[in-house]
Design a protein around this ligand. Structure first.
Ligand code: AMP
Ligand code: GLY
Length: 432
């Protein structure tokens, strides 16, 4: 099978690595890919939002399946465009059409969907500049902290959590005045939920589904969850508190109603659904939906997935997921993300990477923001640079392998969190 994988981050490196293990893979193209995916397939300079070029590429390279990593091309209708071109209409795309992608593209749409289908989530209301006074009144009804969310895609920055009521009112107006451009023309205000977060991943064909390994992500730049939000600094799977009872609740109250809700609403959906969940008491609640896999969660999910990924994706394409199960490795996988100095603020690119060849067989170094320097070396090209993933018999064992290999890799300004997984060790021990 010839596959075109869209994206170029750590998530796509992990997907490409997993696809490469399938005996069913012939050619793998990654657009645009990165310095690491170049060893797993062929990187191609294709703009996913240039739909005509993507369709031309599918035809000229006899692509059998398109797998879309990030949300943006989906929200912008890449799947719809491939279907609309008679030359490519029969090529399955993994990732929803624009309508289904609204689960991530519009928080207002996602919240209304959850309420309509009885899926547990924080109480909310949405506002525009036409009813800002009602927005202020709603804030007065809530208790601090106040959660304000830009409705549209805002590169992961569109959520503000504010302690003070007056400040929340000011920020509401600022958001509606264009703080996040068109993305915050509508603002969702919701109740603050407190608890531990986790990410659960589902692959669905709109009817059946398989649940992939869950993961815990570390979003803040600093140890002890301090400092600015990032795309994610590390991840651990499995999550110790997500035991069989909890996961049964997740499946019955969230996964199944979500897939059935899409069906009831007449929204065909083939692809991944990322459930951003929070455990409030013993109950799972939905913080957000994403229409893709997580990054860096994919870097711990793929190493734990024993099933052939092409078999699962093909079953999704053919509407056979009801028959399938995702076989998983019971061991723990951890990943530690190395980032550029200054990230998530301004940072420099083009730093030479050393020690990649010294990474031992205990870990997999999934490239994220890297590229080939044209002289046989690899340089940094993004904020999140490389994710070092390891399987182990315990969280400690996996972490020891990841950190040993992180220390072998160096580049000017490299930074990483030293406390990935420590909270999960505490939670695990408190349950003994
Ligand atoms: P989102 O982009 O919706 O995932 O929000 C980003 C982050 O904000 C989440 O990962 C949570 O840590 C936090 N967050 C979002 N909504 C809530 C909420 N209702 N209560 C508490 N924290 C929240
Ligand atoms: N790690 C969180 C995300 O991919 O959105």
């Amino acid at each position: 099978m010839n596959i075109l994988l869209i994206g170029g981050g750590g998530r796509e490196s992990a997907i490409a690595w997993k696809l490469r293990q399938s005996p069913r893979l012939s050619n793998l193209y990654i657009a645009p890919g990165n310095g690491g995916t170049a060893t797993l397939g062929q990187n191609v300079a294709l703009d996913p939002n240039d739909h005509a070029s993507v369709c031309d590429f599918i035809v000229s390279n006899a692509i059998d399946m398109v797998v879309v990593g990030p949300e943006e091309p989906l929200v912008k209708g890449l799947h719809d465009a491939i279907l609309a071109d008679s030359r490519t209409a029969n090529v399955p795309v993994i990732g929803p059409k624009a309508q289904g992608a609204e689960l991530e593209g519009s928080k207002d749409f996602a919240k209304a969907f959850m309420v309509r289908h009885g899926i547990p989530t924080a109480r909310y209301k949405s506002f525009t500049s036409a009813n800002v006074a009602e927005g202020e009144a709603f804030l007065e009804e809530l208790r601090p902290p106040y959660v304000l969310k830009a409705d549209g895609l805002a590169a992961g920055k569109g959520v503000l959590i504010i302690d003070n009521l007056d400040e929340a009112k000011r920020e509401l107006r600022a958001m509606l005045d264009g703080m996040f451009g068109a993305a915050s023309a509508t603002v969702v205000i919701e109740e603050f939920l407190s608890g531990v977060e986790l990410s659960v991943f589902v692959l669905t064909d709109g009817d059946g589904y398989v649940i992939l390994p869950e993961a815990k992500d570390y979003k803040r730049i600093g140890d002890n969850d301090e400092g600015l939000n990032t795309g994610g600094m590390g991840a651990v799977s499995p999550v110790p508190f997500a035991d069989a009872d909890f996961m049964k609740k997740v499946e019955e109250r969230i996964v199944r109603p979500t897939v059935e809700g899409l069906k009831k609403d007449g929204i065909p959906y083939r692809g991944f659904i990322f459930l951003g969940l929070i455990k409030c008491g013993d109950e799972p609640m939905v913080i957000e939906y994403n229409v893709r896999m997580g990054d860096p969660e994919t870097e711990v999910v793929m190493p734990r997935l024993k099933s052939d990924l092409i078999d699962l994706l093909e079953a999704a394409a053919q509407g056979r997921l009801r028959e399938m199960k995702a076989e998983t490795d019971p061991r723990t996988c951890t990943t530690v993300m190395m980032v550029s100095g200054g990230y998530p603020g301004a940072y420099e690119k083009g730093k030479t990477m050393n020690g990649l060849g010294d990474v031992d067989g205990n870990s997999i170094a999934f490239h994220a923001g890297t590229k080939e320097d044209g002289k046989g070396g690899i340089v940094t090209s993004g904020g999140r640079v490389i994710a070092v993933s390891s399987l182990g018999d315990s969280i400690e064992d996996a972490l020891a392998k990841s950190y040993a290999n992180v220390r072998r890799i160096s580049f000017d300004g490299a930074f990483y969190r030293k406390d990935i997984g420590q909270d999960m060790i505490r939670i695990r021990d408190s349950r003994k």
